[in-house]
Design a protein around this ligand. Structure first.
Ligand SMILES: *[C@@H]1O[C@H](CO)[C@@H](O)[C@H](O)[C@H]1NC(C)=O
Ligand SMILES: *[C@@H]1O[C@H](CO)[C@@H](O)[C@H](O)[C@H]1NC(C)=O
Length: 160
């Protein structure tokens, strides 16, 4: 009897965990990431689930990072985690773009948000209100910009 109760408790916990995951699932880790250029860490450092490793493009005009989610997704929010050391203000002015098009490397898709600033090591959540797309881009418009992202998380509503 005791064993049965324990088994029930265990299964119950697993089921609740799975349910919560489905409601708010970060699908970015299942996608593929690329970026306009690489100064040191590659584009997938932003989807490795480890804040410590951050992507970094070379200094260039309109540096961008793009996530390919392989399929159309309805996106509720995107969470960006900024770098913790120097230069956290480099992210200022970056845009989050979502859509199906690869025109201009995906940077011409609809804008979900413009990042006014994120403190060092902080994460900010941007609500995209159900925007649809296969690609999520982060691009900084302008000359002599560096794009560095420690984590990009993409949340959809429910499973898909
Ligand atoms: C992307 O959008 C910009 C600004 O609206 C426009 O000037 C440019 O021609 C577009 N790029 C492409 C490849 O269509
Ligand atoms: C980009 O990085 C270079 C090299 O580290 C630095 O000299 C420059 O000031 C940075 N640019 C911006 C806009 O932060």
């Amino acid at each position: 009897m005791l064993i049965l109760i324990n088994l029930f408790l265990l299964l119950g916990t697993v089921a609740i965990h799975a349910m919560t995951n489905n409601l708010k699932e970060n699908i970015a880790t299942k996608g593929k990431a690329v970026q306009s250029s690489t100064y040191y860490l590659k584009a997938d450092a932003a989807i490795d689930d480890i804040d410590f490793y951050c992507t970094h493009t070379k200094t260039e005009t309109n540096p961008w990072w793009r996530l390919d989610m392989m399929d159309l997704q309805i996106i509720e929010k995107v969470i960006i985690t900024n770098r913790m050391d120097c230069c956290f203000e480099q992210i200022n002015g970056a845009e989050i773009r979502i859509g199906m098009s690869l025109e201009n490397n995906g940077n011409n898709n609809s804008k979900c948000a413009e990042i006014s600033g994120i403190s060092a090591r902080q994460s900010v959540s941007y609500s995209c209100g159900g925007m649809q797309g296969r690609y999520v881009n982060v691009v900084i418009p302008g000359d002599s910009k560096n794009l560095s992202l420690c984590e990009v998380e993409v949340f959809i509503n429910g499973t898909s």
